[in-house]
Design a protein around this ligand. Structure first.
Ligand SMILES: NC(=O)c1ccc[n+]([C@@H]2O[C@H](COP(=O)([O-])OP(=O)(O)OC[C@H]3O[C@@H](n4cnc5c(N)ncnc54)[C@H](O)[C@@H]3O)[C@@H](O)[C@H]2O)c1
Length: 431
């Protein structure tokens, strides 16, 4: 076979991975059914932003070690086939395996002894065994002897791919030891420590990595809502919890979402031993936009025809990834209150306004995403200067360093004069 590996799905996981393998000298066939994705890569233009990958794409293109194809079936031209397709969840809490099944069905007639199928996508427990069983049932393969199936989950955070691909322990769990070894040999090329386990343990480890984060951020969000009820300051309470306390710590509140956290919990919840528990975690995080809108209305009354500036459209800080962000939900809720919404996001591909325009004469300014641009002291100064004189600032992230979720711009201006109480905002940082 002319390629060392193929990768099906050149999205935010698959494309950086393909580039890294090619950069380490392997011959890679990248497969994606979206012509726009293939066109961008051929033009040596990253379809999304991920630190350091534009230069890497140009280097790899010059090496000629990454070729492209449009059909999943083409991936059978390599012995190692890595699947990095999307694995969403149906809205009624069930894993949606349609992309993976379609690719496996396309590959089915072309698989031969020696092929190794490695699922890099996030999958519900039991999915690797299901794929192995499907190959055995449809083609009569003995998985682990003549073809190999393994799970090697992706756990890298957006924006940190090139930093973590060679350092973050790479979990590999195969159907049979030989499947594990084939996948481990391939991923060892990237230089990170390989941790061998069973397929189902690899699946559980990945989804519970994300469930832990999702729940970790739901707690300060619920605390923020409790504090509002009792007239308390969430940042002061978090500081009381964390200050010199040696056993763990409370994270900071914020708009917690994104295409992984918002759906991966469903891969446990669909067969949960405690049905509803993780759904409740999700509901807390999902309730933050409504909490903020209601908090604004409690303070300034009806929002009809009031100007609200929403800062941040992407799902987290300093990324251009807008998928499954809570910001559009916040904007929709504000629009349903008949507010005039202006948006500023210096990272999003969706066109938005510059900061000075978005906040001009605003009655409310909400930090929806804590981009580093909004944390600069001059951003708060600009807002105070341009927004209406009685503007309400809403900052669940404490991006402005004022340690108040709701604060009038005049109060923020007074704090700026005296030095903001930033030490009251200590929380466990989000990666
Ligand atoms: N984005 C992240 O930061 C991240 C992190 C960890 C794990 N994951 C998991 O990795 C997987 C991929 O995530 P992603 O964000 O890269 O997804 P994505 O949607 O960005 O990429 C999937 C790609 O697959 C392509 N595709 C769809 N069907 C195809 C087919 N039949 N043949 C060929 N190509 C096809 C799409 O065009 C798209 O480019 C998911 O399981 C996700 O949960 C994502």
């Amino acid at each position: 076979m002319s390629y060392d590996l193929s990768i099906i799905g050149l999205g935010r996981v698959g494309l950086p991975l393909a580039l890294c393998f090619a950069d380490r000298g392997l011959r890679v066939l990248g497969v994606d059914s979206d012509p726009d994705v293939l066109e961008a890569i051929r033009a040596q233009r990253m379809p999304f932003s991920e630190a350091g990958t534009q230069a890497l794409l140009e280097r790899v293109a010059a090496s000629g070690r990454l070729e492209l194809a449009a059909r999943a079936a083409d991936a059978a031209r390599a012995a190692n086939i890595v699947i990095t397709l999307g694995t969403p969840s149906f809205s009624h809490i069930e894993t949606d395996l349609r992309q993976v099944r379609a690719a496996v069905d396309d590959l089915l007639p072309l698989l031969r002894p020696g092929h190794s199928l490695i699922l890099r996508s996030t999958i519900a427990p039991g999915t690797t065994e299901f794929v192995a069983g499907y190959l055995a049932k449809q083609r009569g393969f003995r998985v682990g002897e003549d073809v190999f199936v393994a799970h090697a989950p992706e756990r890298i955070a957006a924006g940190r791919f090139l930093e973590e691909i060679s350092t973050l322990p790479c979990i590999v769990g195969g159907v049979g030891d030989a499947s594990t070894e084939r996948a481990a040999d391939l991923f060892a090329e990237l230089g990170a420590p390989i941790v061998r386990t069973s397929a189902v343990q690899a699946e559980l480890a990945k989804i519970w990595t994300n469930i832990l984060r999702y729940a970790t951020f739901a707690l300060p969000n619920l605390l923020m809502m409790d504090c509002e009820r009792y007239g308390a300051n969430v940042f002061e309470v978090i500081d009381l919890i964390n200050r010199d306390y040696p056993r763990g710590g409370m994270a900071k509140p914020g708009m917690t979402a994104g295409s992984c956290l918002r759906k991966d919990f469903a891969f446990s919840e669909e067969r949960s031993n405690a049905p509803g528990m993780l759904l409740a975690v999700s509901r807390v995080n999902e309730a933050v936009p409504l909490f903020l809108v209601e908090g604004v209305k409690r303070r300034i009354g009806e929002l009809s025809s009031r100007k609200v500036a929403v800062l941040g459209l992407t799902f987290k800080r300093d990324t251009d990834d807008e998928r499954d962000s809570l910001s559009p939900k916040l904007i929709r809720m504000l629009e349903r209150e008949l507010a005039d919404v202006a948006v500023c996001d210096p990272h999003a591909a969706t066109p938005t306004q510059p900061l000075d325009e978005a906040v001009r004469d605003a009655d409310v300014v909400i930090v929806a995403t804590n981009h580093s641009e909004f944390e600069r002291p001059d951003a708060l100064r600009e807002i105070i200067a341009r927004a209406s004189s009685d503007c309400l600032l809403v900052d669940p992230w404490n991006a402005f360093g004022t340690a108040q979720v709701f604060l009038y711009a005049s109060e923020a201006a007074a704090l700026l004069g005296t030095g903001a109480p930033a030490d009251q905002a200590r929380g466990v940082a989000r990666g």
